[in-house]
Ligand binder design. Structure first.
Ligand SMILES: NC(=O)c1ccc[n+]([C@@H]2O[C@H](COP(=O)([O-])OP(=O)(O)OC[C@H]3O[C@@H](n4cnc5c(N)ncnc54)[C@H](O)[C@@H]3O)[C@@H](O)[C@H]2O)c1
Length: 321
């Protein structure tokens, strides 16, 4: 098969590219390297089945030429990460809304299947035990810019579902919960690589807030497998799936585990949210996925847990990122 991966030089996209190339597929990547890195895909440049196009999904001509050549599209390009979105509010809205609309419009024109990567941010402040795909979205005020990410991705979902129902575009939506692993950088607020880096350097491990907030972490290898299965499973079309590992940890525990696993003597410090993220910030206490639906439709469940995630990130960072 020939696939377009938008955002294919990013953390998830580069891993997905490598995985699909190994399976003999042909991969086209469009990425403007706004948060992705050429280093992520440098090793793939030699592969005759890999083509990297340095451009934006806002460039409709390039996008159209590429979509015509492929069988299906993994749409990953987006402004990602709470810190990045807070610091680039206008750009984030434009890319996440206009960019997705471009992809869907052209996918429909040439009848190409699309997989949209949405996010657990969709659920906002809903902190129930385990979130199912039809649960309510509970969001803060529009004056708090982190919620724009949730809303732009929600608009992507609405658009996708509208194309599926009204135009019969084959399409699946996945909501990723904190995907992490080797290759991810901590620069945009991704907590696990950030803590590992601080611990390896012997610098203070900095926790935002009281650290009693909990999160669930999913290994990139598990996520890549889920993405492939969902794309190929006909009965997943028109559906939304949570993809995540329900194993829940407080950020205080995460910091302590990383400190121990890196044999670090870093101190663990708490920084008030106002200082770390500015006064206009709001966080959620917990976010846990219910993955019953994807187990039922695609027979997927995570195989790797926090210990493996941290081990792999330590190894990656020790080898010079
Ligand atoms: N990593 C996670 O935990 C997580 C969680 C929920 C959802 N997601 C979603 O998964 C997708 C991939 O995320 P990631 O973690 O790999 O982040 P990433 O930042 O590493 O990847 C995003 C890629 O999109 C590229 N990009 C941004 N704007 C672009 C544009 N206009 N044109 C072309 N390329 C552009 C970036 O350069 C980057 O390479 C995103 O859609 C994100 O919203 C990720």
């Amino acid at each position: 098969m020939r696939y377009l991966i938008t955002g294919g030089a990013g953390f998830i996209g580069s891993n997905l590219s490598r995985f699909l190339l190994k399976k003999g597929h042909e991969i086209f990547v469009i990425d403007d390297l706004s948060t992705g890195f050429f280093e992520n895909i440098k090793d793939l440049e030699q592969n005759k089945n890999f083509k990297f196009i340095l451009d934006s999904i806002l460039n409709i001509e390039i996008l159209e030429q590429t979509i015509q050549k492929v069988d299906a599209i993994f749409h990953l390009a987006a402004s990602v990460g709470v810190e990045y979105v807070i610091n680039n509010p206008l750009k984030s809205i434009e890319i996440n809304v206009q960019g997705t609309e471009n992809v869907l419009k052209l996918a429909h024109r040439y009848n190409k299947k699309v997989l949209i990567t949405s996010t657990s941010e969709i659920y906002g402040k809903n902190e129930k035990d385990a979130l199912i795909e039809t649960d309510d979205r509970i969001l803060g005020s529009t004056t708090i810019s982190r919620w724009s990410y949730s809303n732009t991705k929600a608009l992507d979902e609405f658009l996708g579902l509208a194309y599926y129902h009204e135009k019969k575009l084959p399409l699946t939506i996945i909501r990723l919960f904190n995907t992490t692993g080797p290759g991810q950088v901590g620069d945009y607020g991704m907590v696990v690589p950030r803590f590992v880096k601080q611990a390896l350097l012997g610098k203070p491990i900095t926790i935002y807030g009281d650290g009693e907030q909990t999160r669930c972490f999913t290994h990139i290898d598990d996520v890549i497998k889920a993405i492939e299965i969902v794309m190929n499973e006909k009965k997943c079309e028109g559906q939304i799936f949570n993809i995540g590992n329900p194993d829940e940890h407080s950020i205080n525990d995460l910091a302590a585990i990383i400190r121990k696993m890196t044999n670090s003597n870093s101190t663990i410090e708490h920084i008030p949210y106002e200082k770390a993220m500015g006064s206009n910030f709001e966080d959620m206490r917990r976010r846990v996925p219910d993955i019953t639906k994807i187990k039922k439709y695609a027979n997927w469940e995570p195989k790797l847990y926090l210990k493996e995630i941290i081990e792999d990130i330590i190894e990656y960072q020790k080898n010079g990122e």
